[in-house]
Design a protein around this ligand. Structure first.
Ligand code: HEM
Length: 427
């Protein structure tokens, strides 16, 4: 029996038996339609959804086990036709291709080139720098007493960290976060004047996320690459530009795409996970109190925040041949969507999934993907940023409460709390 969460959590979830259109970005403004995903898992685990914006429709995979199995089988469920719902022709696919839109063995070459900077061991060495950034930021903003946690804290830290890792000058950080937001928030009018399903974006169809900010980030990446090639340092960018193990260096297009991917993938994901994590704690005061009394539980608490938020809600694959699954036939060429956010609330995997439990163990959530070759490269960095920020925040707080409307991103792809107004009193 699934336990529905207490009423206070309604700010982040839409429950109940009503069928909601999981393709509609406006639906997510009221919260993740968990009630619908819950029914899908039970009644229709491989369901067909039409799209309203000219898309050809897609299959939704909502059970934990199926998601992992399909994600692992990259020969049957390829990433090469794109990992978002958007339909792309071959020209756009080629121009916008990053490692996310590749299968092994092509994918393996790029992955190897980058992952060195993001291993658990490497990332652990950034902790002092991350803690210094978090401390400086929190000491500055918490004094105000009333803050928008997303904008004032969660939006600032991942980008500053990433900027430092990528060797971007400090004065460029605000520009980078604004352009990253415009690009990945391409369906939300707060972040872009070129809303993909509401304005003509044809001229940007070769740009990442079909967004004009993509081209500016491309040009920025090119300048950064030119500077590093002229004078290599030991940062991640120089590492990316170094020849690969087989001696073949990255092309400019590959690098520019990759840089843009970093800004998109490593920025708002961590931001929104932090915001959702804090909201979950405020919605569950017993868990917050427990964590403040036992800060050594922060590791498992962060995992539960990641499961609870699953901010990258889905990735798409495309079937390469016909497959039968749970009585349905997925045809070659069909779009197949793996709903991480749904798998993370599958009671077959997570007992009492709507209970927010900072001690949950095991907690093999899907927030970073699982089973396939594309598992998030930034997972250790994201975990470290969340842990350090929460440790520093909770050690300063005597109390905190939500004091205004919690506003969410208009997107069926990223589950984002754009505004989290809170009032804090300090210890
Ligand atoms: C809490 C924050 C984050 C979440 C929830 C998240 C989520 C994800 C997910 C679900 C995937 C796809 C996994 C799959 O297809 O199997 C992914 C891939 C990826 N993520 Fe993250 N991510 C986060 C933070 C980051 C950070 C900080 C970076 C880098 C600085 C990053 C870089 C990437 C890259 C490059 C990929 C593609 C890997 C590949 O194609 O091999 N992510 N992420």
């Amino acid at each position: 029996m699934t336990t529905m969460p207490p009423a206070a959590t309604a700010s982040a979830m839409v429950l109940g038996d009503r069928w909601l259109d999981i393709t509609d970005p406006d639906v997510y403004r009221s919260g993740v339609p968990h009630g619908t995903f819950d029914r899908l898992r039970r009644e229709d685990p491989v369901s067909w959804w039409d799209e309203h914006d000219g898309g050809r429709g897609f299959w939704s995979i909502t059970r934990y086990r199926d998601i992992i199995d399909l994600n692992r089988d990259f020969k049957t469920f390829t990433s090469r036709q794109g990992i978002r719902l958007e339909e792309m022709d071959d020209e756009a696919l080629e121009a916008r291709k990053t490692m996310m839109e590749m299968d092994p063995p092509e994918h393996t070459r790029l992955r190897r080139l980058l992952q060195g900077g993001f291993t658990r061991r490497m990332v652990a060495s950034y902790e002092t720098a991350i803690r210094a950034l978090a401390t400086e930021l929190l000491d500055d903003v918490l004094r105000r007493g009333r803050i928008d946690f997303t904008v004032d804290v969660a939006r600032q830290l991942p980008l500053r960290m990433l900027g430092r890792l990528l060797g971007a000058p400090q004065e460029d950080y605000d520009w980078l976060v604004a352009h990253g937001d415009a690009m990945i928030g391409n369906a939300d009018p707060e972040f872009t004047t070129h809303v993909v399903d509401q304005s003509d974006t044809e001229q940007f169809r070769l740009m990442p996320f079909r967004s004009p900010s993509g081209i500016e980030l491309f040009e920025y990446a090119q300048r950064l690459a030119d500077a590093r090639r002229a004078a290599p340092t030991d940062d991640v960018v120089s590492q990316m530009l170094a020849p690969t193990m087989d001696g073949e260096p990255l092309t400019d297009l590959e690098f520019n795409n990759f840089f843009t991917l970093m800004v998109a993938a490593g920025n708002d994901t961590t931001r929104y996970s932090m915001a959702a994590g804090l909201l979950a704690l405020l919605d569950h005061p017993d868990q917050l109190e427990r964590l403040q009394e036992h800060p050594e539980m922060m590791g498992s608490a962060v995992e539960e925040m990641l499961r609870w938020s699953s901010v990258t809600m889905h990735f798409r694959r495309t079937a390469t041949h016909d497959v039968d699954l749970h009585g349905r036939t997925i045809k070659a060429g069909d779009k197949v969507v793996l709903w991480w956010i749904s798998g993370d609330f599958d009671e077959a995997q997570f007992p009492d999934p709507f209970r927010f439990d900072i001690a949950r163990e095991p907690n093999d959530h899907l927030a970073f993907g699982r089973g396939g070759p594309h598992r998030c490269i930034g997972e250790w960095l994201a975990r470290l940023e969340m842990r350090v920020t929460m440790e520093e925040l909770l050690s300063r707080l005597a109390s905190a409460r939500v004091v205004g409307p919690v506003e969410r991103l208009r997107s069926n792809f990223i589950s984002g709390i754009k505004h989290l107004p809170i009032e804090v009193s300090l210890r």
